[in-house]
Write a protein that binds this ligand. Structure first.
Ligand code: APR
Length: 309
């Protein structure tokens, strides 16, 4: 059956996501939606004109009409405002809540069977807005944070040890941003746990850089926020679902008792395949790790409590 992916928000993250989907060949059709007249149509056309050179058959269409999202198997939501220098993710809260609510209503009405991957920040809270507004099963509303955070951690470990990123595997739990919880003992290089390879101080420095990874890019860019790594991360999740890979990836999931937490989106390892989240993987945590995870969840809940949904 043909696969259709909609990307809502045709800005930096959205357009790069559409490009990666086409180049990876994971969908027959991509719809790119934005509120700005002309822009999504122009980007989709530009991407389609690259198809003969790159050899993909993915049909891309862009526009401002939500009718374009009908029949989508996956909807990737990147609509919103990006962070500006000095701005926290929570500052974006009010504006992006309205935007995500509007998008959620369209998804519910037009493609009620779709799986929704949320990228808009503040991520964990926007995932909640999406879940609450669509009323979808929690298997089908998934936030993209952990794959990006682990990618950042892996990229820094690879640089530090001068090894291929392919041999580096990392583990990050918790909320996106400053409250993320990287787990060095579950992070490995060719199967060797990180604490065997690096001093505690060096690991802490890499963890710290990972935590502030988004902010580092924001400062360097001067305007806008990261988009190459975020788009790669959400496309990895979409690919796992479409190809039913049963990948174990860290994603923001709505917890119902797992890890002793309920009614909150928190980054945890999940099994991703057809239908979305097949399983939430629970692992043993030390007392300290559990405390950090619960503190991260408390931070998300605190932001959620500012919303009036
Ligand atoms: N429907 C569709 N698109 C919208 C809507 C809406 N209601 N509101 C805003 N947009 C569009 C904007 O017009 C813009 O083109 O969302 C796009 C966002 O693109 P950028 O400003 O380039 O932001 P980007 O860097 O792509 O980040 C998007 O992802 O990582 C997060 O924090 C980031 O929340 C932000 C989101």
């Amino acid at each position: 059956m043909p696969t259709k992916i909609t990307v809502v928000g045709a800005g930096h993250v959205g357009a790069t996501t559409a490009q990666r989907i086409a180049e990876l060949g994971i969908a027959n059709e991509v719809a790119l939606i934005d509120i700005i007249e002309g822009m999504p149509k122009g980007k989709a056309l530009d991407l389609w004109e690259a198809a003969p050179v790159l050899g993909y058959d993915t049909r891309l269409a862009g526009g401002t009409e939500y009718g374009m999202i009908d029949g989508s198997d996956i909807v990737i939501v990147t609509a919103g405002l990006p962070r500006k220098p000095g701005m926290s993710r929570d500052d974006l809260l009010k504006k992006n809540t309205e935007i995500v609510q509007g998008v959620a209503r369209e998804i519910e009405a037009r493609c009620p069977g779709a799986i929704v991957l949320v990228v808009s920040n503040p991520l964990d809270v926007m995932s909640y807005v999406m879940l609450k507004t669509t009323g979808f099963d929690r298997k089908r509303v998934i936030g993209m944070a952990g794959v990006l955070d682990t990618a950042r951690f892996r990229s820094f470990i690879a640089l530090e040890l001068d090894v291929s990123v392919r041999d580096v595997s990392a583990f990050v739990l918790g909320g996106h941003g400053d409250s993320m919880v990287p787990l060095p003992r579950y992070s490995t290089v060719a199967g060797i746990p990180l604490p065997h390879l690096l001093s505690e101080e060096r690991i802490e420095a890499l963890v710290d850089r990972t935590r502030k990874g988004g902010g580092e890019i924001v400062e360097l860019l001067g305007s806008g926020s990261a988009f190459y790594a975020p788009s790669a991360a959400v496309v990895e999740m979409a690919e796992a679902i479409i190809r039913n890979r049963n990948r174990i990836l860290p994603c923001a999931a709505w917890l119902q008792g797992e890890y002793g937490l309920s009614d909150v989106f928190v980054g945890v390892p999940v099994k991703l395949g057809v239908g979305g989240i097949k399983e939430i993987v629970e692992i043993e945590l030390t007392g300290e790790e559990k405390k950090a995870l619960h503190a991260s969840a408390a931070h998300v809940k605190e932001t959620m409590s500012k919303l009036d949904l």
